[in-house]
Design a protein around this ligand. Structure first.
Ligand code: GRF
Length: 205
């Protein structure tokens, strides 16, 4: 089953690129319907355009969160998305926004990637915080979004080591390679409709 995906991005778009490559190579059975960025400078917009994917910038600067989200919803309204994918989207979504993606099974059809083994190191600086803490192992989490930040039902986690001679840059690069592998794999599981594990009971905190 092919699924219709929308993406929200704020930055360089390397995960978006990895997902679009997986689609092009037939590893992910999905249609990339639209990419929305809140930042006109986001490289993700050009990543989308290069692949012929509809790219829309809805700048968040100067708008309240509610007004910005309303504009995003107006654009997404016609897209009939199966899942909204947060691929480096750096803003917090309100409950009003989440409710637009409520699935009858009791979860929101929004997926996020976070560069730590949640619940460790939530927030915007997960790589830096994990590295500075001195972890020996870190990892990547892909989860459904809920009302709390970097929280929600975990779809997949993959660990990676931190070596003694790592710098923050080498540590991040190792993690990013895991991100680019794991994200398309998890989306493919969703595309195959293997959602039987997403029961209401499991999703409740
Ligand atoms: C990634 O590290 C992702 O885990 C985090 O934001 C970063 C986005 O990177 N949520 P990119 O824009 O996909 O290159």
């Amino acid at each position: 089953m092919s699924i219709n995906l929308g993406f929200m991005c704020s930055g360089r778009g390397s995960n978006l690129r990895a997902i679009l490559e997986a689609i092009a190579e037939g590893r992910l059975d999905a249609h990339p319907a639209i990419v929305i960025s809140n930042d006109p400078m986001a490289k993700a917009l050009s990543v989308a355009k290069e692949s012929g994917v509809r790219a829309v910038c809805i700048p968040s600067t100067g708008l309240s969160r509610g007004d910005h989200e309303q504009k995003v919803l107006e654009v997404l309204e016609t897209e009939a998305l199966d899942f909204l994918v947060l691929a480096g989207y750096m803003r917090i979504l309100s409950e009003t926004f989440l409710r637009e993606f409520k699935d009858p099974r009791g979860f929101y059809r929004i997926v996020n990637i976070h560069p730590s083994l949640l619940p460790a190191f939530p927030g915007k600086s997960a790589y830096e915080e994990a590295f500075n803490y001195g972890v020996k192992v870190s990892g990547i989490t892909i989860h459904l979004v809920d009302e709390k930040i970097d929280h929600g039902f975990i779809l997949a986690q993959e660990a990676f080591p931190r070596y003694d001679d790592d710098t923050l840059a080498t540590f991040k690069a190792r993690g990013l390679a895991v991100e680019h592998k794991l994200f398309p794999e998890v989306l493919q599981i969703l595309a195959q409709g293997q959602l039987s594990f997403l029961t209401r009971e499991l999703v409740q905190p």
